[in-house]
Design a binder for this molecule. Structure first.
Ligand SMILES: Cc1cc2nc3c(=O)[nH]c(=O)nc-3n(C[C@H](O)[C@H](O)[C@H](O)COP(=O)(O)OP(=O)(O)OC[C@H]3O[C@@H](n4cnc5c(N)ncnc54)[C@H](O)[C@@H]3O)c2cc1C
Length: 307
């Protein structure tokens, strides 16, 4: 690999960079805090045919045990601004910062996502959501870098569905996001946000080494009636069967491979007890997928992303 004409670090531990605390070494690691710097770096890498990967909050990924040979870009920060009910955020801004800023300005739309870790760009990639809302509810346009070109695409062209977007399928880098909110009552919004954060603290204790929910929930509309018959309808929430319910019923809680363990209190929560590996995560995930498929005829899909 060529020497790069901008600062970078070598052999950086990936396990320090994700909430799951898994992964070998990144050979070349570039931390960046601004969009102009990001675009400069991306253009250089593109012009020199140098492969790269990008991440931000590291809260939805499983890095590989063998490390990364490709250049790893870490988008760490950014700025945001609001005009009337339109908020523009750099993709590296924390989602929590966007939510707090919106609430402070009496803007409603993302308060149900309070407490979700990670960046705004990461939230767009996975169409992050909670309690019946998702980030796509407020997205108007997304500014992207795509093979040397920078342009805006509208919401329709992002193909958002439940925990999905075009960005999971096509390698495009999200630079900025324009979010359109509704007017709301600041105190009500703050109260909703606090309640949700308190609820989430019960499941996700401070410092828990995990990537959030491991598998996606299942949309009821995706299932044949014969499959749906096997599910207790009282468990369906916001039109979805929680993956955790299916996993619990096949005995997932407390299962363990190496130092990767399924929480004793939640079937869809993979926890790294310290020295867990991506290989063990994959083994455990495959076993659980098979068990759920055998019992319900439902194929679970990962919400997390393997690098
Ligand atoms: C405790 C905990 C609770 C969670 N709860 C929820 C929840 O309730 N709902 C929910 O939806 N998620 C939840 N998550 C998962 C995670 O927080 C979200 O998916 C989050 O939006 C990911 O953002 P990130 O910046 O951490 O993304 P990363 O993990 O850094 O990256 C995720 C993916 O996005 C890509 N990516 C990141 N930034 C960019 C960019 N600028 N351009 C292009 N691609 C990019 C990466 O390549 C990777 O494929 C939880 C995670 C944890 C640890």
């Amino acid at each position: 690999m060529n020497n790069l004409p901008f600062p970078y670090l070598q052999n950086v531990s990936l396990s320090q960079l994700s909430t799951f605390a898994i992964g070998g070494l990144a050979k070349k690691y570039i931390p960046l805090a601004t969009i102009p710097d990001l675009v400069k770096v991306l253009n250089y890498l593109w012009q020199n045919s140098l492969p790269f990967q990008i991440f931000s909050g590291g809260s939805n990924i499983v890095f590989p045990d063998q490390g990364l040979d490709e250049i790893l870009i870490h988008l760490k920060d950014g700025t945001l601004e609001v005009r009337d009910n339109l908020l523009t955020a750099d993709s590296g801004v924390k989602l929590s910062q966007v939510i707090n800023f919106a609430i402070k300005n009496g803007l409603s739309g993302l308060e149900n996502l309070s407490g979700i870790p990670g960046s705004t760009g990461g939230a767009v990639v996975g169409n992050a959501g909670a309690y019946g809302s998702s980030v796509s509810d407020v997205i108007q346009e997304v500014n992207i870098w795509d093979k040397g070109r920078v342009y805006w695409i509208n919401k329709k062209d992002c193909y958002f569905t439940y925990r999905e977007s075009i960005f999971k399928k096509k390698k495009r880098v999200i630079l900025k996001v324009k979010l359109r909110f509704k007017k709301g009552n600041k105190n009500n919004l703050l109260s909703i946000s606090r309640q949700i954060i308190n609820k989430r603290r019960v499941k996700y204790k401070e410092g828990l080494r995990c990537p959030g929910s491991f598998f996606k929930n299942i949309l009821v509309t995706d299932l044949f009636p014969s499959v749906l018959e096997k599910i207790d309808s009282s468990k369906i929430v916001f039109g979805k069967i929680p993956a955790g319910i299916l996993l619990e019923s096949v005995g997932a809680k407390g299962m363990k491979i190496g130092e990767i363990e399924i929480a004793s209190f939640h079937g869809n929560l993979f926890i790294n007890n310290g020295q867990g590996t991506a290989a063990d995560v994959k083994k455990l995930a495959e076993i659980l997928k098979k068990k759920v498929y055998q019992k319900f005829g439902i194929l679970l899909e990962e919400e997390i992303r393997y690098f």
